[in-house]
Design a protein around this ligand. Structure first.
Ligand code: ATP
Ligand code: MG
Length: 282
């Protein structure tokens, strides 16, 4: 009998992109972070946990290529390999889309676990785009996570919900329930940061936010027109033309992989007189 020596599997890291409050930039961030990790050479898959809405495949620009989805795989109607969509821009990147129509209870804890375990054998990073809220869907998205990126806008209701999510990450996850020595590592990604609105007292400062939330800062993503432009053409902002937002996401992705990158607040500069006169863009 011959013994076959198999290559050691990657045993990927599961990172949930979560927030509590809706519309703060989770899907935008999941798309940017997964593309950024793949660009750095890491084999990455991004999963849409937002059953019913299905925004991720639009932001990734692959909505016309969806044949099978996460729910089909969980229900045994398709193999995982049939549902995974390979990104056309980055070899290392795959997308597992969700279903637009089916009922949310189709996502079961056992089903999610089986899919994640299979993905861990093949991918370095498994990025889970959570639905809004702190109910079942969001709890399932975070349950098996090794790390969490808590997307927060600098305003009171978003910060309050992020605080509740930090509580759930510390209590309602597999790591918490099994009494693991290593709790889910949670970091704050402050998005839609707008210095002008902070200066006018309309938004909280970074320091105000961090004073309330007991977790380290992963990055500061400025409010940027580039995000809307990129999502309109189905491109993760990090793969679109360089902008303050793409640079900020690149820094955050580098930190996620353990690199030390100085924290900076990038802003889209308003065109100054020089640019207006000579028609140069910033
Ligand atoms: N840095 C940014 N600058 C400008 N607009 C942004 C930024 N980040 C996100 N947005 C916009 O905010 C809106 C919500 O973003 P997104 O869909 O990523 O949020 P979400 O948290 O996934 O929402 P949901 O809770 O509904 O899933 C989108 O229109 C997006 O283009
Ligand atoms: Mg979303």
């Amino acid at each position: 009998m011959t013994t076959q020596i198999k290559e050691a599997p990657p045993l990927g890291k599961i990172i949930v992109i979560t927030s509590g409050k809706g519309g703060v930039g989770k899907t935008t961030s999941a798309a940017a972070i997964s593309a950024g990790l793949a660009k750095l050479g890491h084999k990455t898959v991004v999963i849409d946990f937002d059953v019913g809405l299905r925004n991720l495949d639009m932001i990734m620009g692959c909505e016309r290529r969806v044949v099978f989805d996460f729910i089909n795989v969980i229900q045994g109607d398709a193999k995982l390999k049939q549902a995974l969509i390979k990104d056309k821009r980055l070899d290392n990147l795959s997308i597992l889309p969700t279903s637009q129509t089916r009922d949310k209870d189709a996502l079961t804890k056992e089903g999610v676990e089986a899919v994640l375990e299979e993905l861990k054998q093949d991918f370095d990073y498994i990025i889970c785009d959570s639905p809004a809220g702190i109910e079942r869907g969001a709890q399932l998205a975070m349950y098996f996570a090794d790390e969490a990126v808590v997307v927060t806008n600098p305003e009171v209701s978003s910060v309050r919900d992020s605080d509740r999510v930090l509580g759930l990450l510390a209590s309602k996850t597999r790591r918490a329930e099994s009494g693991s020595d290593e709790p889910v590592k949670a970091q704050i990604l402050l998005t839609r940061h707008d210095q002008g609105r902070i200066d006018r007292g309309e938004m909280m400062t970074v320091e105000d936010v961090l004073e309330i939330l007991a977790a380290p800062l992963l990055g500061i993503i400025p409010e940027s027109q580039a995000v809307l432009r990129a999502s309109n053409v189905g491109t993760p902002v990090i793969l679109d033309e360089p902008s303050s937002a793409s640079r900020a996401y690149e820094d955050a992705v580098a930190r996620l992989t353990g690199a030390e990158v100085e924290m900076r607040v990038g802003e889209d500069r308003k065109p100054g007189l020089f640019q207006r006169l000579f028609g140069r863009s910033t």
